[in-house]
Design a protein around this ligand. Structure first.
Ligand code: HEM
Length: 464
């Protein structure tokens, strides 16, 4: 059921077409493996009884190796505690305050793309071919660096940054890594780690490099807070100041936020750019909208409050929501029942395993109608204003960030970041695909991105 290449939710989509009237399909009777195919049943899984379920130990053991025992991997009471103490750092007000920094970084990012190669003096005549995924993961690392721990990595300009390199290596899609993940899911990581497999060495090296960098940054941050060197409002400082966490818990939390918080958004930016290569008319519409509403000056400073301006743009938000729908960075999630429980009218025995294909739910014509796979940002617009349903009749049709206490805590952060990055991109460039369309395929282990990269040919726009 876990994808080893190809479209991540294809099998579930096929099952949904084959059994359109069923909402729960038993796909593996040996391991009680169930697939939920109707949004209506998800309220019990995610919102009404979320702690009757946990992430399957095998898959979680893989995640713990790379993310630590933080919010993504904790369960039960420990999860409730971490979530409660992390929420203030992701509040609405705090995200609003981060917009100017996100905008500044996004603008620097687009400028860095221009100067990447030996651009001629009259750069407007130059063409740049870049892999937008690799380039944008640097700026998202810079943004989470500042927001997450008040630290300037400047990975945009410093391509040798070890943390950026470690994350790139960790998330680059490969068949071997996918097989490794499936093996961990089936047999647990302790068993897989005993196999003579090079992947074990690679993951150990990456984990130890990320962990030691996070620990060093944590200790420096503690010192800085003690000396009261600056006004510390980043996520890590808020967690330290809450006095609720030990150093090892904080290191795990930091590893989680750094990993969960940057590759996800940079992949989404890649997919948005890809979709816009296929819809140049929509790219022009978004650009006109951003030019008109932000009125950015020659040095990239907007004349209006950036947060409120970006949040009300219908097309910019429509493109972002439609990208999140068609290319959910986390394409699948799994749960196992930790006690006898209930989902809808079904009695569920302890130990039953569930697969929710976020990808399939986002693309199924049974759920979204006959144009379900079409890129239609206008489904997210009502009376010239953004709507947040996409015309769906149930919340559970849109699962990109899930729902309930295990939903993505960084959703507001990711949306703010995407608005800044995409707005800065459309203001600065026109672009087209610089690789065969057939090579643009999703791939990855837990999160997906364009498996062969996304090469774009950029042309500077003459408007700034
Ligand atoms: C487009 C960007 C993003 C997408 C699509 C996304 C998606 C998701 C999804 C689907 C989950 C639930 C995973 C599961 O239960 O299997 C999740 C959890 C999580 N995400 Fe995100 N995420 C994004 C960005 C971010 C950002 C920017 C941050 C942090 C700054 C973040 C931090 C987290 C954390 C900590 C969790 C675990 C929450 C919990 O279990 O309480 N994510 N994300």
């Amino acid at each position: 059921m876990l994808s080893l290449g190809g479209e991540p939710g294809k099998l579930v989509l096929d099952l949904m077409d084959q059994y359109p009237d069923d909402d729960l399909l038993l796909v593996d009777s040996v391991r009680d493996q169930l697939v939920i195919t109707k949004p209506g049943l998800l309220a019990d899984l995610f919102v009404n009884r979320p702690y009757d379920f946990m992430k399957p130990p095998g898959a979680a053991s893989f995640l713990k190796e790379t993310l630590g025992l933080g919010l993504v991997t904790a369960e039960g009471e420990q999860h409730k505690f971490l979530r409660k103490n992390s929420l203030p750092a992701f509040g609405f007000r705090h995200i609003k305050d981060l917009y100017p920094m996100m905008w500044r970084k996004s603008y620097c990012f687009t400028e860095s793309l221009l100067s990447k190669r030996n651009a001629p003096k009259n750069a407007q005549d130059s063409d740049e071919t870049i892999d937008i995924g690799i380039a944008s993961s640097k700026v998202t690392l810079d943004i989470i660096g500042i927001a997450g721990l008040g630290r300037e990595f400047d990975a945009i300009h410093n391509s040798d940054d070890p943390l950026a390199q470690a994350y790139e290596e960790l998330t680059t899609p490969s068949f071997g890594r996918s097989v490794y993940f499936v093996m961990c899911s089936l047999f647990g990581i302790r068993f897989v780690q005993r196999l003579p497999w090079n992947e074990n060495k690679v993951l150990k090296r990456l984990k130890s490099s990320i962990m030691s960098t996070c620990l060093t940054m944590l200790l420096e941050k503690r010192e800085a807070i003690k000396k009261n060197e600056a006004d510390h409002i980043d996520i890590l400082s808020l967690l330290i100041k809450s006095n609720n966490f030990s150093n090892s818990e904080l290191t795990d939390q930091l590893m989680t936020f750094m990993a969960a918080g940057h590759e996800t958004t940079s992949s989404s930016l890649s997919w948005a750019c890809y979709l816009l290569t296929k819809h140049p008319d929509i790219l022009s519409t978004v650009r006109e909208e951003v030019q008109r509403e932000l009125a950015v000056d020659a040095s990239g400073i907007p004349s209006v409050d950036i947060a409120s301006a970006l949040e009300r743009l219908p097309y910019l938000n429509g493109v972002i929501n439609e990208t999140f729908r068609l290319y959910p960075t986390v394409p699948l999630t799994q749960r196992v029942a930790v006690r006898d429980t209930q989902i809808g009218q079904y009695r569920i025995p302890k130990g039953a395993n569930f697969i929710v294909s976020i990808w399939a739910m986002s693309r199924s014509s049974l759920v979204w109608g006959s144009d379900s796979t079409k890129f239609r940002p206008d489904r997210w617009i009502t009376n010239d204003k953004p709507n947040y349903t996409g015309g769906a009749s149930s919340n559970y049709q849109f699962l990109t960030f899930l729902h309930g206490p295990r939903s993505c805590i960084g959703q507001g952060f990711a949306r703010a970041e995407m608005r800044c990055l995409l707005a800065a991109m459309v203001l600065s460039y026109d672009w087209e695909l610089a690789m065969p369309e057939s090579d643009v395929v999703p791939g990855g282990t837990v999160t997906i991105k364009p498996a062969k990269g996304l090469l774009l040919r950029l042309r500077p726009v003459h408007n700034l």
